[in-house]
Design a protein around this ligand. Structure first.
Ligand code: GLA
Length: 389
């Protein structure tokens, strides 16, 4: 009876969120963004080839949908103030590119900034919100990432609300991805303004480095998500930034750890590598359907840390049907055996354990007494009480 009641409450909550979010991104958005790998080295050729690769490499089938061009596609404004794309890099224009992406059954995203200039000093949208939103809608844009450089003291909630209203009145459903880096704690105000909000500064392709212009490795970014889980849900997500999987500076098992956590955190899964040339090992990670199913679970709950013993930690994400996703995490770079500590993680009774990286059932919580973890590694499990896992 209690379970039926919780189920009904969940359905009501999801349908309320669906109305607020126009039914968009009821599970975390999945796609690709040009920034992490290509920076300003973008072109219509790259974006079209990436769309082709989405289909040929199996990303589309795995659920990746949005192809987003980040900064540097814009060049200037014309005499009427309309934004103009770089004619050398995008000779066919943005509308033709959007049409191409749509012809592949994919969705198309673009980038702008709440400031007068973007982070790479291209024209921003400040003062042009309505014109830009209408231009994007006319081009067939499905997703807007909206940055926070050169904002000269303006108020974030006002600035993001103004673009949000412009998008809403454009007549086209457009996912609104707010990139304010978490400075004003957007999780407190952004739920009804946009669909996702960056919680931190920019991710770097490293374990836990910090660079001098405020870039942070994925472990540092992940640690900054603590306490934010209550703000995420269908149609409104915390965004710990795009994936670095496959960009080459971390080891295979470190990318597995990074991807596992982005799945457990219900983070947007925006690949940030070169999809056209990715290795088989990168594909193994990005296309792991069991991991993606954890990320895309319809309950839309963000996982969190439930046990902390220094280098050894346990994280849990409640799923539909009383299933649970669990990560055992070894922050140390040495191999260790740890006690499995199911009860400390709040896991009672006996549950079946399915290993998400081995793709097989490996036993039950009662039977598994220790976990053996290589350095900088995770064990990523789906736990289930009933049925076949
Ligand atoms: C900021 C954002 C990044 C990227 C760059 C582009 O740093 O946080 O994700 O969009 O700008 O200039």
């Amino acid at each position: 009876m209690k379970n039926i009641f919780i189920g009904v409450l969940l359905l009501i909550q999801i349908s309320v969120m669906a109305q607020k979010s126009q039914g968009l991104v009821l599970t975390p958005p999945m796609g690709w963004n040009s920034w992490n790998k290509f920076g300003c080295e973008i072109s219509e050729k790259l974006i079209k080839e990436t769309a082709d690769a989405f289909v040929n490499q199996g990303l589309k089938e795995a659920g990746y949908e949005y192809i987003v061009i980040d900064d540097c596609w814009q060049m200037s404004r014309d005499k009427d103030g309309k934004i103009v794309a770089d004619p050398e890099r995008f000779p066919s224009g943005i509308k033709a590119l959007a049409d191409y992406i749509h012809s592949k059954g994919l969705k198309f995203g673009i980038y702008s900034c709440a400031g007068r200039l973007t982070c790479q000093n291209r024209p921003g949208s400040h003062g042009y919100e309505v014109l830009d939103a209408n231009t994007y809608a006319g081009w067939g844009v499905d997703y807007l990432k909206y940055d926070w450089c050169n904002t000269e003291g303006i108020d974030p909630e006002t600035a993001y609300t103004s673009m949000s209203a412009a998008l809403a009145s454009s007549g086209r459903p457009i996912v609104f991805s707010m990139c304010e880096w978490g400075f004003s704690r957007p999780w407190n105000w952004a739920q009804n303004v946009g669909h996702l909000w960056r919680t931190t500064v920019d991710i770097q392709d490293c374990w836990d480095c910090r660079n001098d212009w405020w870039g942070v490795g994925w472990v540092g970014i992940m640690d900054m998500q603590e306490g934010l889980e209550k703000y995420a849900g269908p149609g409104h997500w915390n965004d710990p930034d795009m994936l670095e999987v496959g960009n080459g500076k971390m080891k295979y098992h470190e990318y597995i750890s990074h991807f596992s956590f982005w799945c457990l955190l219900a983070a947007p899964l925006m690949a940030g590598n070169d999809i056209r040339t990715m290795s088989d090992s990168t594909k193994t990670i990005l296309l792991n359907h069991d991991a993606i199913a954890i990320n895309q679970d319809k309950a839309g709950l963000q996982g969190k840390k439930v046990y902390d013993d220094g280098d050894f930690e346990i994280y849990c994400k409640p799923l539909q049907n009383e299933d649970l996703a669990v990560i055992f995490f070894n922050r140390n770079n040495q191999h260790f055996d740890f006690p499995a500590l199911w009860e400390k993680a709040g896991i009672k009774g006996n549950m079946k354990v399915f290993d998400i990286w081995k793709h097989e059932r490996i036993g039950t919580t009662k039977g598994i007494k220790t976990v053996s973890l290589d350095g900088h590694s995770v064990l990523f499990y789906r736990l289930s009480r009933k049925g076949k896992v």
